[in-house]
Design a protein around this ligand. Structure first.
Ligand code: NDP
Ligand code: OXD
Length: 308
């Protein structure tokens, strides 16, 4: 019963130590060439090794090292194997912090002030109090709920949108296509924390931007494939949107001549909103393996029909 981990050496070593201490009954391996493929029951990776479908015939669980699984969507897996995305406190806290940072920066119009600073322009901007600012989040999953929880104490008006109906204290919850239109019409700062699926690809497009109120802003921390960058730039240039934080692009890395790099109202970060933390991820994975070994579903189990 082998757990094969394909990842960076530093992360692998942390996992190796945790497995040796907390789950010695499972053999931990990190060298694919040195294991008998028939022994591999559990695999952790970001992208799949070639011919995964036939390579490890006894695979039961495939763990993504990250929260997203769109990088493997559509790649066949062995019959009987199930895919698990990463749910761990390191990713969640980093994302929570990034979203709070970006929302506060947009709320206090930091991109406008940085632009003014470049021109040595000493000028105030209109003040808006947090209780007058409406923050809407696309997605109400693990990361979105952590971000909303951290935004609540500032007093923002909070709302969120998901596929299925939800009830979250202090958050106006919407779902489905009608719910999206209702939320967008009342959102000053929109945060995208959706998984990338056929349904959500391209969701941040000209039509969606047009449904936001004049002067709204965007925090794009989902996946590059969610956003039509040309539509964002057009909405910023027309003045309909005020500013954007963009952490994910298509392609990544973003080519050096892409206009997003130099737009004065865009803060661009290189897909760093969150990152898997080795020690907490190892604990989460071991806890998931224990659930699986006792016949229960692991946390973060992907539903192939939904695509996340
Ligand atoms: P979850 O699976 O916990 O949450 C996904 C949420 O999106 C759920 O609320 C789900 O609705 C909603 N959703 C999915 N499809 C639709 C749809 N068609 N219409 C409406 N709502 C939909 O994911 P996480 O919170 O863990 O992660 C979200 C995403 O964040 C990742 O998939 C990845 O793309 C991105 N990410 C980005 C990182 C970065 O560094 N920039 C780092 C980590 C993740 P429901 O609740 O009804 O199922
Ligand atoms: C993830 C990411 O999905 O880092 O974890 O984007």
């Amino acid at each position: 019963m082998t757990f094969l981990m394909l990842s960076f050496p530093e992360r692998v070593e942390v996992f190796r130590r945790h497995f040796a201490r907390d789950l010695p009954e499972v053999t931990f391996a990190s060298d694919a060439a040195a294991v008998d493929p028939a022994d591999v029951r559990y695999l952790m990776c970001w992208t799949f090794p070639d011919q995964l479908e036939t390579r490890y015939p006894n695979l039961e669980l495939i763990f993504s090292v990250g929260a997203g699984i769109d990088q493997v969507t559509g790649v066949p897996i062995p019959p009987g194997a199930r895919l698990v995305r990463m749910v761990e406190s390191g990713i969640t806290t980093l994302m929570r912090d990034y979203v709070v940072m970006a929302v506060l920066a947009l709320h206090r119009r930091l991109p406008a002030f940085i632009d003014q600073q470049r021109r040595a322009e000493w000028k105030s901007q209109p003040f808006v109090w947090a209780d007058q600012r409406r923050v809407g989040v696309l997605g109400l999953g693990e990361l979105a709920q952590a971000a909303l929880g951290a935004l609540a104490p500032f007093g923002f008006q909070l709302s969120g949108w998901s596929r299925s109906p939800k009830e979250i204290d202090g958050v106006r919850c919407h779902h489905g296509p009608d719910g999206l239109a209702a939320m967008l019409a009342e959102t000053d700062i929109l945060v995208c924390l959706l998984p990338l699926t056929p349904e959500t690809r391209g969701i941040l497009n000209a039509d969606l931007f047009a449904q936001l109120p004049q002067g709204a802003s965007l925090v794009q921390v989902g996946r590059g494939g969610h956003m039509d960058a040309a539509a964002l730039l057009a909405a910023l240039d027309s003045g309909h949107l005020d500013a954007a934080f963009v952490d994910v692009t298509e392609p990544e890395p973003l080519p050096a001549d892409h206009p997003l790099w130099s737009h004065p109202r865009v803060v661009l970060t290189p897909h760093v909103a969150a990152h898997t933390r080795a020690d907490s991820a190892a604990e989460a994975t071991i806890s998931n393996l224990r659930l699986h070994l006792s016949g229960q579903d692991p946390k973060g189990l992907v539903d192939p029909a939904r695509g996340y």
